[in-house]
Design a protein around this ligand. Structure first.
Ligand SMILES: Nc1nc2c(c(=O)[nH]1)N[C@H]1C(S)=C(S)[C@@H](COP(=O)(O)OP(=O)(O)OC[C@H]3O[C@@H](n4cnc5c(N)ncnc54)[C@H](O)[C@@H]3O)O[C@H]1N2
Ligand code: MOO
Ligand SMILES: [Mg+2]
Length: 431
């Protein structure tokens, strides 16, 4: 085990695309389950969803006013109408009666009527005892069919309204509710274990820091990132550089049926960087260790004996964020049978200098200039220990491995800071 194997693995540091392809090759699909629509938000649809009903379900008024029958192309201003009754939203369709109907927005059009004149475009000539209009005169021409929302105009029965692979959010929930969908087929939530390593780490924010100690920031960061990615976090542990305790945490993760184990720290060259050896001892299959990226170079990817995917993210906070965004996120999408995310291509707003031979993944801001043209600006402070620029970033700029100087205006790939930052990124549109 150990050194020879590790040395061999390190001898072949691989490119980001190769590393990502190796990750995707190991991703199985999460099982499909049927859940009540109310529990669908956050889940990813496993099937296309076809409407069983029409939206709107019936012809109805788009304005408060009067529903009239028009036998030509329009009703002329000056026309006088007797009012037959009142139709409110929620009323069953009224019986056919000639004349005008006082109608409210959303009310079903009475049979025979096909045009709605807004209340602002009539004079009331006579009122009943309760003050209700009994006779009206149009003050403007009305085009036939105006202010009517036709049954099926939004969604026709049988229409595919949501594609498999769509994450159900609030808008999708609106659509499911409008269509009266009771259950949907979704991918189950991935089960995730988060393990922070390092004897310097302090978890309790109330505990004073002894000299040399630091707060565990990766643990809470990853927990929140996985919460927003709709995962079940079934284990969270902090291990103080003790390989036996570490192996025990991984065994526990496997026993809990984890799909993903995300570990931070202890993957580089230090005396206490025990992760590769611990994985060998557990008979995990290390797929790669070290990628030609900055930050995040010592990233390790393995498959545990249960089939769980193991990501050994480097301990520096920004390196952990890069590992999550560029390796774990593509895996999560594959597990949910979603197409790969496609980046935007955006011009650099400034000149950038970088190291040849490493693909730089830089904390950046995507913003529009005074003319509204988008550009991306890598932020000062790219070192992997610097958290503040990460908090100021809204994007990741991908600077290719082969480049050294990239002039302002050069088109580069840009990813949202989190998946779905821009809906069009998830949908794979270029701009
Ligand atoms: N001789 C070499 N040294 C290092 C190399 C190298 O190639 N040769 N690579 C550097 C790079 S690049 C990185 S990235 C780090 C990766 O280190 P590890 O993954 O082994 O992580 P640690 O050594 O445990 O910690 C690194 C750094 O991150 C801090 N850390 C760790 N965990 C957390 C946490 N949960 N919350 C906040 N901060 C954390 C830790 O205190 C260290 O400062 O190795 C370089 N060294
Ligand atoms: O690659 Mo390390 O992640 O630069 O600090
Ligand atoms: Mg280390």
């Amino acid at each position: 085990m150990g050194d020879a194997a590790a040395t061999g693995r390190e001898a072949r540091m691989i490119a980001i695309d190769e590393a990502r392809a190796l990750v995707l090759a190991e991703c199985g699909r999460l099982e499909v389950e049927r859940v009540p629509a109310a529990r669908a938000p956050g889940r990813v649809l496993a099937e296309d969803l076809c409407a069983q009903v029409a939206l709107p379900p019936f012809d109805n008024a788009a304005m408060d006013g009067f529903a009239l029958a028009c036998d030509g192309t329009h009703l002329p201003a000056g026309g006088v109408w007797e009012v037959a009754g009142v139709q409110a939203a929620g009323d069953a369709r009224a019986h056919a009666v000639h004349g005008a109907w006082r109608i409210m927005t959303g009310a079903a059009l009475p049979p025979g009527t096909d045009t709605v004149v807004p209340v602002e475009q009539v004079d009331v000539l006579a009122r009943g005892g309760g003050g209700e209009p009994e006779r009206i005169r149009l003050t403007a021409d009305a085009a036939r069919g105006q202010h009517v929302r036709r049954a099926g105009e939004d969604v026709g029965p049988g229409m595919r309204v949501l594609d498999a692979g769509t994450r159900v959010g609030a808008v999708e929930q609106m659509l499911l509710a409008a269509l009266g969908v009771s259950t949907v087929a979704v991918r189950r939530a991935p089960r995730v274990a988060l393990v922070s390593t390092g004897r310097e780490l302090v978890d309790d924010p109330a505990q004073p820091l002894a000299p040399g100690r630091i707060r565990n920031s990766n643990g809470p960061y990853l927990a929140e990132e996985f919460r927003t990615r709709d995962a079940d976090i079934v284990l969270q542990a902090t291990i103080a550089d003790d390989p036996a305790h570490y192996a025990e945490a991984l065994r526990q993760a496997m026993a809990l049926g984890c799909d993903l184990v995300i570990s931070t720290g202890a993957v580089s060259m230090g005396e206490f960087d025990f992760v590769p050896a611990a994985l060998d001892a557990l008979q995990a299959r290390i797929v790669f260790h070290k990628v030609r990226i900055r930050p995040g170079k010592p990233l390790l990817f393995a498959v545990l004996p249960t089939g769980a995917l193991f990501f050994g993210l480097p301990g520096n906070p920004v390196s952990a964020a890069v590992g999550l965004r560029f390796f774990v996120d593509p895996a999560l999408r594959a597990m949910r049978d979603q197409p790969p995310e496609r980046p935007l291509r955006v011009p650099l707003a400034v000149d950038v200098r970088k190291k040849v031979g490493l693909c730089h993944l830089q904390k950046a801001r995507l913003a529009a200039d005074a003319q509204g043209r988008l550009g991306v600006r890598p932020l000062p402070g790219q070192e992997s220990f610097r958290i503040l620029p990460l908090a100021r970033a809204n994007a990741w700029a991908v600077l290719p491995e082969a480049a050294d100087v990239l002039a302002a205006g050069t088109m580069v790939e840009v990813y949202g800071q989190a998946p779905g930052t821009w809906r069009l990124v998830e949908e794979g549109c270029d701009i």
